[in-house]
Design a protein around this ligand. Structure first.
Ligand code: SAM
Length: 250
């Protein structure tokens, strides 16, 4: 059944007023009809079985037939601190790491980020596009919650904000491997502590940036002898951490 995140205020008693953007998708793209069933999620942890009762080009209404807590969320929060990348690469990271189970994305600018931060409409349009990519990926992958997408900060701010165990894959790290670190991370820290992953830009991290990160408790790890593209490193590291946590099938 198709799944849609809607604002909690769209659900009043047992009636759901589907927001216009979703109503259009239901009517024109999916061509659903009254009587068809969908699942609606309020992003507060509940999901609802809904029977559609009215559908027009810009409007859709449904009736709740069942309600339950959502599943589909990893037991530990994974936060991905991702250097800004060229748009298609950054968007690939958002989509794939949403499917995998990342709880929050924190974009950051660093010394060697190729993408220059612009302001105004461009930033707003880009953020709207990011949120749409994350929402579509969360609906498709049956996530129970929408991952958060923070506004871009600097690498230093990211290292200062990050809490719990924070791993920074760095290709010049040769003594600590990801595998030994994540098995340690998966066991340490309580269930509600976060695991942070910090992935650099196309140009990588400078030595100075690595030192500053380490001074703030970040652990550099190697992903092996092959140099991965940033988007590959993000997806691979998130996959390995979630695998170790038993979140990719036990
Ligand atoms: N210095 C790299 C080069 O020579 O091409 C550029 C950085 S790499 C394209 C982008 C990011 O992926 C790095 O900042 C790091 O976070 C991660 N990464 C890629 N390969 C890695 C490896 N073998 N070990 C640890 N981190 C890696």
């Amino acid at each position: 059944m198709h799944r849609f995140f809607v604002p909690p205020e769209s659900i009043v008693a047992d009636v759901v007023a589907i927001p216009r953007s979703k109503a259009r998708q239901i009517a024109r793209v999916l061509r659903l009809n009254p009587g068809d069933e969908i699942v609606v999620l309020d992003n507060t942890g509940d999901e609802y079985d809904v029977t559609l009762t009215e559908i027009s080009a810009d409007n859709a209404v449904g009736r709740v037939t069942d309600r339950r807590h959502t599943s589909g969320e990893p037991r530990r929060r994974i936060v991905l601190y991702q250097a800004l990348l060229k748009s298609d690469k950054f968007e690939l990271v958002l989509q794939k790491c949403t499917e995998l189970g990342v709880a929050a994305f924190v974009p950051f600018a660093s010394k060697r980020t190729v993408v220059r931060e612009r302001s105004g409409d461009h930033t707003r349009t880009r953020r709207d596009r990011w949120l749409r990519i994350v929402e579509e990926a969360a609906e498709q992958s049956h996530r129970g919650r929408l991952p958060k997408v923070r506004d871009p900060i600097t690498l230093l701010e990211a290292c200062e904000q990050a809490n719990g165990v924070v791993l920074m894959p760095w290709e010049d790290e040769h003594s600590t491997g990801l595998r030994q670190m994540i098995s340690k991370s998966a066991s340490i820290g309580s269930r509600d502590s976060e695991i942070g992953i910090v992935i650099g830009p196309e140009g990588g991290f400078s030595e100075g940036e690595v030192e500053s990160a380490r001074e703030r408790g970040v652990t550099t790890v190697s992903l092996g002898s092959r140099i991965l593209r940033a988007e590959t490193a993000a997806i691979a590291t998130a996959s390995a951490v979630l695998y170790e946590l038993g979140e990719l099938g036990t």
